[in-house]
Design a binder for this molecule. Structure first.
Ligand SMILES: Cc1cc2nc3c(=O)[nH]c(=O)nc-3n(C[C@H](O)[C@H](O)[C@H](O)COP(=O)(O)O)c2cc1C
Length: 185
């Protein structure tokens, strides 16, 4: 059984992220031998990064209960998909903070995104790629980029369902760890 962690990267009231997460989890749950675990960063309530040591240091401190939970979520996942809004041509702060809290947990982890925004969240995707490369994740080639007024309405409802479905399927295809393959944790 392959376990994909779906990370909701918005804390906004009335966020579109919930609808996009629903499209993504439906795709995952329709697959045989694959499960989805959803983590809502708003509910997880991580502190802003406040460790004396960076996350890549063996001396880092993960005594904060929410940080330890986040570390466990990522460690136990076979792969990760971020539900990624674009804020000011970049990642949302809550998502960047969550990325910064971990390092070893990201190493060799297959990670993708389903991004959305007026240009498909393309600049958030570019920023995400840079961070994931730095934490030595296995960065997906084809991340999904859903455009407002093209693929989705700005409230997250579907405009071009076929294209949304195809993009999400391609993104998830790339990070599914085939059954029987050793899992990196
Ligand atoms: C602080 C902020 C900055 C934003 N910047 C961008 C942007 O740079 N590009 C874009 O396409 N949309 C931008 N938007 C609009 C978002 O794409 C839109 O609000 C989207 O619904 C955010 O996702 P969420 O509802 O899941 O939080 C911004 C929204 C906020 C709140």
């Amino acid at each position: 059984m392959s376990n994909i962690l779906v990370v909701i990267g918005s804390a906004r009231t009335g966020r579109v992220a919930d609808k996009v997460a629903e499209y993504v989890t439906s795709n995952i749950e329709a697959r045989e031998g694959v499960t989805a675990t959803v983590v809502d960063l708003a509910a997880l309530n991580l502190p802003f990064y406040n460790n004396e040591q960076p996350a890549m240091s063996p001396d880092r401190d993960q005594t904060d209960e929410n940080v330890a939970t986040w570390s466990k979520f990522v460690s136990e996942a076979d792969s990760v998909v971020f539900i990624t809004p674009e804020y000011n041509h970049n990642l949302s702060a809550i998502q960047k903070n969550a990325l910064d809290w971990l390092f070893f947990e990201w190493n060799d982890k297959p990670v993708t995104a389903v991004a959305y925004g007026w240009s498909g969240g393309s600049l958030a995707v570019a920023a995400l790629r840079e961070v994931l490369t730095n934490v030595k994740a296995e960065v997906a080639i084809d991340m999904a980029q859903l455009g407002f007024m093209k693929d989705l309405n700005p409230d997250g409802s579907l405009l071009d369902e076929a294209n949304v479905t195809a993009q999400i399927a391609a993104a998830i295809d790339e990070i599914v760890v085939p059954a029987g393959e050793p899992v990196t944790v």
